[in-house]
Design a protein around this ligand. Structure first.
Ligand code: NDP
Length: 262
């Protein structure tokens, strides 16, 4: 366990926490970080998904640590951060990836009259407030080490007119971009970078089978002519998480196949 006041070497800089790491984009970020030599903790809500992911990753307990934690349960999240600290040391890389995008039965997004205040609050809590809470929890440890990498997984729906996402989802992801910029400004003097990745249409459970009507319609809007893969988002996360990305902060990086590129 690291015991100096600074991250002394690459090993100390390779302790990561990824929320929503049991499936889709989060699972590929966990896999990529493991390949890059990190020790990775991840959380998700369903025990079966956590167990399945651990089986797929096939790593030893000293490399990967997973728990069933809902990121909206503040006390549970704080306890998790403390356990990781006790287990491995301070978290050097945080990826706020957990997210939900409630849809109607036909796969399309609810519009404002169909969006209840309860749904609004839930999406804002999972997608946005949890990121703020986790940033607050990990930053003291990063500041003590004068090093940190925070990556928020936003969405094209937070950057452009949302075509397949509800108002709660679009607002939560636009909010993540604002949070990214504010945190980047505050934390830059402490050696901590904060960036946002803005995926477009990426194949995962959240977007459903490639052949469904919403995905087929999306193909018409994507200049590269296909949907993205979770691995393509993980490559960008791996770069932003690395020490060589130290001059990039407050940025939002599109991974959209050219769709509505800013
Ligand atoms: P998935 O639905 O495939 O996976 C989401 C993961 O987040 C799951 O592991 C899920 O847990 C976890 N999760 C959801 N809610 C919570 C919670 N309250 N606490 C802890 N974990 C939670 O989504 P994607 O991989 O597609 O998306 C990942 C991120 O990327 C999200 O933030 C999403 O908004 C964003 N994104 C995705 C796009 C896409 O096209 N796929 C496009 C743009 C952005 P469990 O497995 O237990 O259910």
């Amino acid at each position: 366990m690291p015991n100096s006041e600074t991250f002394r070497d690459q090993t100390d800089r390779r302790i990561a926490l990824v929320t929503g790491g049991a499936r889709g984009i989060g699972l590929e970020i966990v896999r990529r970080f493991l390949t890059d030599g990190y020790r990775v903790a991840f959380v998700a809500t369903k025990a079966t998904n956590v167990e399945r992911a651990l089986g797929l990753l096939g790593c030893s307990e000293d490399r990967v640590y997973a728990e069933t934690v809902d990121v909206t349960h503040q006390d549970d999240v704080a306890a998790l951060v403390n356990r990781i600290r006790a287990h491995w040391g301070e978290i050097a890389v945080l990826v706020n990836n957990a997210g939900i995008s409630p849809k109607r039965a036909d796969g399309n997004a609810p519009w404002i009259p169909q969006t209840s205040i309860g749904d609004w609050e839930k999406v804002i809590h999972v997608n946005l407030s949890s990121a703020f809470i986790l940033i607050k929890l990990v930053v003291p440890g990063m500041m003590a080490k004068a090093y940190g990498r925070i990556i928020n997984i936003g969405s094209l729906a937070g950057r452009a007119m949302p075509l397949v996402a509800g108002p709660h989802y679009a607002a939560s992801k636009a909010g993540l971009i604002g949070l990214t910029r504010a945190a980047a400004r505050d934390l830059a003097p402490h050696g901590i970078t904060v960036n946002c990745i803005s995926p477009g249409r990426i194949l995962s459970d959240l977007t459903g089978p490639p052949g469904d009507a919403v995905n087929r319609a999306a193909l018409q809007r994507i200049p590269v002519g296909r949907l993205g893969t979770p691995e393509e988002v993980a490559h960008v996360a791996a770069f932003l998480a690395s020490p060589i990305a130290g001059f990039i902060t407050g940025a939002t990086i599109d991974v959209t196949g050219g769709e509505f590129a800013a």
